[in-house]
Design a protein around this ligand. Structure first.
Ligand code: SAM
Length: 398
């Protein structure tokens, strides 16, 4: 996620007025009062997903130009248009299955899927007729909004048969900025010892409490990856990655699993100099800061994804690794610049529309913004063939 460009950071909304969800805070305090300090992953689970007060359970979704942060699909439909090209390639590779199911985790209100569908229809692609969408979200109200959006377009038939949801699919599984929203543990090294950063409560405020790890899985993950954190270094370890990927992979009979997120391979993610304080961040009203204990239930929490752990989990789930690249390379490989040129050449395109799409493309490709996201592709039952265009392109390679 990123902040909407052009907003003044110094004169934004009064964040103190945003407050917090007091009832949720009381429930978390209660849990700590009963059980003692809790793992940060449990705190994050409640702060984001508590059914009555979690950030992602609010009445309205908050990504978007007017929300708390911007994701690639919300930046501009050209992101979905580029992915539509990639999906068409996958459909061809699989032998044009009918139906071709697009299962999207963290679907939100379907912005990405609608952009994909629109592009396929504009291109007159055969995939537009056979693609069926299976959105997966924690908040049911998002799916209602999505159904309304599709109904307004007269494309309710785009939805996968809900009665068969949960079955294994042939097609593609997508997750854009989902893994970075999974609850994560936090650790720190003191005098050569790995400690876990738990969440305690003192004087009506949540605080970090350094204690012996609540699970040996934390040290095991670092050891498996050959990572030794430096003294004083803080880091996040997301233990939900493996079960999440195993679950997603189980749902795929044949096809592609595509994951897009902030992240780095373990040696970079846990670099003792560049990431000494970890990557946990809070997003609120187009501001980013690093205090997870403010605005509880009203701000997003996120931590960068361990790409090494994702790749290992996918291999353990029986998937073949098709490639890991940056979003910039992936989008260039999919022909985003040609899409932009076609928009420019269209006589119906106004200057305003062209400038908006051009600035969105710059942002999606910019290595200092969304261009540095990692795109990870894995497949099941995948015939040998040339690499997918999105994974074939390397900046500087031509
Ligand atoms: C940062 S938002 C990204 C939304 C959307 N994919 C986008 O790019 O704009 C993360 C989304 O993932 C959803 N999410 C988190 N964990 C999930 C899970 N296990 N299954 C499905 N959705 C999940 C959240 O509810 C939220 O809508």
């Amino acid at each position: 996620m990123e902040l909407t460009p052009g907003l003044r950071r110094d004169a934004g909304p009064d964040l103190d007025a945003v407050g917090q969800d007091d009832a949720l805070v009381a429930r978390i305090e209660d849990e700590i009062g009963r059980a003692g300090p809790i793992a940060f992953a449990r705190f994050m689970e409640l702060a984001l997903y508590d059914p009555a007060g979690g950030y992602y359970r609010a009445a309205a979704a908050r990504p978007g130009h007017d929300g708390d942060f911007l994701t690639a699909p919300e930046t501009h439909p050209i992101f979905g248009a580029a992915l539509a090209r990639g999906l068409e390639e996958v459909w061809e590779h699989l032998g044009r299955p009918d139906p071709f199911v697009l299962r999207e985790y963290g679907a939100g209100t379907g912005t990405l899927a609608l952009a994909i569908l629109e592009r396929l229809e504009l291109d007159g692609s055969g995939l537009a007729r056979v693609i069926r969408y299976d959105p997966i979200e924690v908040e049911p109200r998002r799916l209602q909004t999505l159904a309304e959006r599709l109904g307004a377009l007269g494309r309710s038939d785009f939805m996968f048969d809900p009665g068969s949801s949960g079955q294994t699919i042939v097609g593609a599984i997508l997750g854009n900025e989902v893994l970075d929203a999974l609850p994560t543990h936090r650790v720190v090294v003191r005098d050569g010892r790995l400690l876990e950063i738990l969440v305690g409560s003192r004087d009506g405020r949540f605080t970090d409490v350094e204690a012996a790890p609540t699970t040996p899985a934390l040290a095991a993950r670092l050891a498996d990856e050959g990572i030794a954190l430096a003294d004083g270094q803080r880091a996040e370890i997301c233990l939900d990655l493996e079960p999440w990927i195993a679950h997603a992979a189980t749902g795929m009979e044949r096809g592609l699993l595509l994951l897009i997120d902030y992240g780095y391979p373990a040696p970079e993610l846990y670099d003792p100099v560049r990431r000494r304080d970890g990557t946990l961040r809070a997003y609120l009203r187009q501001r980013v800061h690093d205090d997870p204990y403010r605005h509880i239930g009203r701000q997003d929490l996120t931590a960068h994804v361990d790409v090494t752990a994702v790749e290992r989990a996918a291999a353990a789930a029986g998937l073949v690794h098709l490639g890991t690249t940056t979003q910039a390379e992936f989008l260039v490989g999919l022909g985003t610049q040609e899409l932009l040129q076609a928009i420019q050449a269209d006589p119906a395109t106004t200057l305003e529309v062209y400038l908006a799409v051009r600035s969105a493309v710059m942002r999606l490709l910019d290595p200092g913004a969304m261009g540095r996201f990692r795109v990870m592709g894995f497949a099941r039952d995948w015939a040998d063939g040339p690499p997918l265009a999105g994974f074939a392109y390397r900046l500087g390679a031509r």
